[in-house]
Ligand binder design. Structure first.
Ligand SMILES: [Zn+2]
Length: 506
């Protein structure tokens, strides 16, 4: 036999596509030709595979070897094809039965010593293999738990190329990996830790209930980061489909914890303001990796000290956040990732960032205005909730007042409110108040006119744009849902208006 084939999976973003690996041996000058749009990493694969084969004790065929990866039009990226290449070469050379690797899907990078190394993107690759009708998948031992998340897949973990050779030749079969019970959702920081800050606590609750973007301002130490970190814990735990989707993104990003490779909580991503565009949105050389925005899919993207981010960076976020997806283009191809994330921005009121608040601020009015102006514009306009946090008072620290509610208590209220919204929106394909287009909201679910008096006055006085009014209406519905009212009252509209017009103190 001089021809053999096997299968692997190529990824574009989080979408996998089957790649057929064919190896043909012919007489002629010994050498290897690789055809089918491989990237530089795949081309180096031949050298790795050769070293691994030799170090495993097999001999490298001294023939003319042609390796074809098809479909040829699809770019092949990364090191995950090594194992499939090795199996096809060994089969074509007759070192293992020619048809042994025929129906298998193989994923994994080879070390020069023949070890099989974990790769990124195993979950979406195995999902693609299952969708294409393949059942048996050989994966690196370090990716076995992740691969076994896919229903109906027979996962064979391989530690070394030697293990695979033994399996293919029938000497010792690889044992199928059974997935243990899914790990329970990771613990989250508790809202009960946030002392005082009634307005901030209310804001994260409303944000969680309606899926609204949130902007928190306040002096350092007021608890902006603490509040933002507690938002994911107020959101419902991801259902299995959503969890697989989010886990697939983190698998491609290489950010899955190896001991518990399953993201079942809404993720929380907090990139620093010095982060590059590639780190924030996605990119990189070779295989395209999702950035913080995509890793925050179905969770929270927190931008602390938001005015310190370059303006262009913030503007880049606007469209993907609205579309719920981002497409990243590189010379080697493009990839689209979902990024339905909830945005939380935080800012100090001024550049001196006085912890005591306005009283001790040393900034000139011009400096303050300039600082705040950095955030103005289209991104800020899409934020429904803007809340100013006061410096935490002494009384709050000493524990005066009621015991703060815990995450469990507030999350239960959020869940009820989300159910109410989902029931109202049934049939529209939408689930959260923040997603409802303004026109649909006004036509299908008008807020009773008397309740709107204050908002209409704000509109007349130019304090509120028409789009701003739509945002007030959306938040009003969320407030009504939280309090179990069938339609918003004047109080809901007033509170929503307060959360919309709140400005950084000038
Ligand atoms: Zn200042």
């Amino acid at each position: 036999m001089t021809l053999a084939r096997t299968w692997s999976v190529g990824l574009a973003g989080v979408t996998g596509a089957m790649v057929e690996v064919e190896v043909d041996m012919s007489a002629g000058l010994p050498g290897v030709a690789l055809v089918g749009l491989p990237d530089a990493v795949v081309r180096q694969s031949v050298d790795r595979v050769r070293a691994a084969v030799v170090n495993t004790g097999a001999s490298w065929p001294m023939r003319r070897i042609t390796i074809g990866l098809s479909p040829a039009s699809m770019p092949k990226q990364g090191s995950g094809f090594d194992l499939a290449l090795a199996a096809a070469v060994l089969a074509a050379a007759g070192a293992v039965p020619a048809d042994a690797a025929d129906g298998l899907v193989l994923l994994g990078e080879l070390g020069l010593d023949g070890s099989v190394r974990p790769v990124r993107g195993v979950l979406p690759a195995v999902l693609a293999a299952r969708r294409a009708g393949h059942r048996t998948v050989v994966v690196p031992a370090g990716n076995a738990d992740e691969a076994a998340l896919v229903d109906g897949a027979e996962v064979l973990p391989a530690g070394t190329l030697g293990d695979l050779v033994d399996h293919l030749s029938g000497r010792a079969r690889l044992a199928a990996h059974a997935r243990g019970p899914l790990p329970p959702p990771a613990p989250v920081p508790d809202l009960g830790d946030v002392v005082g800050q009634a307005a901030g606590r209310r804001a994260v609750e409303v944000a969680a209930a309606g899926g609204h973007h949130l902007f928190l301002t306040g002096p350092p130490g007021a608890g902006k980061t603490m509040l933002a970190e507690r938002l994911p814990g107020l959101l419902p735990v991801l259902d299995e489909r959503a969890a697989l989707e989010v886990t697939a993104i983190h698998s491609v990003a290489g950010t899955l914890p190896p001991d518990a490779p399953f993201v079942s909580r809404p993720p929380f991503e907090a990139p620093h303001h010095s982060a590059t565009m590639a780190a924030l949105v996605g990119g990189g050389s070779g295989a395209i990796r999702p950035g913080a925005l995509c890793r925050a899919h179905r969770g929270v993207l927190f931008l602390d000290e938001a005015p310190e981010f370059p303006r262009a960076t913030l503007d880049t976020l606007r469209q993907p956040l609205e579309r719920g997806a981002v497409t990243i283009s590189r010379a080697a191809g493009s990839a689209t990732f979902p990024c339905r994330a909830q945005l939380v921005l935080a800012a100090n009121p001024c550049p001196c960032a006085s912890a005591a608040g306005d009283a001790a601020c040393t900034c000139s009015p011009l400096e303050r205005r300039r600082y705040q102006a950095r955030l103005s514009g289209p991104l800020l306009d899409r934020i429904d909730l803007r809340v100013e946090l006061p410096p935490v008072g002494r009384a709050a620290w000493l524990g005066a007042g009621a015991e703060p509610e815990s995450t469990t208590t507030v999350a239960a209220r959020v869940a009820v409110a989300r159910e109410a919204a989902a029931a109202r929106l049934r049939g529209t394909g939408l689930a959260l108040n923040s997603q409802v287009p303004g026109r649909l909201l006004r036509e299908r679910w008008p807020v009773p006119r008397p309740a709107l008096a204050l908002a209409e006055r704000a509109l007349d006085r130019g304090l509120l744009s028409v789009r701003g009014l739509d945002r007030v209406l959306r938040v009003s519905w969320t407030l009504a849902d939280l309090d179990g009212r069938p339609v918003p009252h004047a109080d809901d509209v007033t509170e929503a208006l307060g959360m919309r017009l709140q400005r950084v103190a000038a």
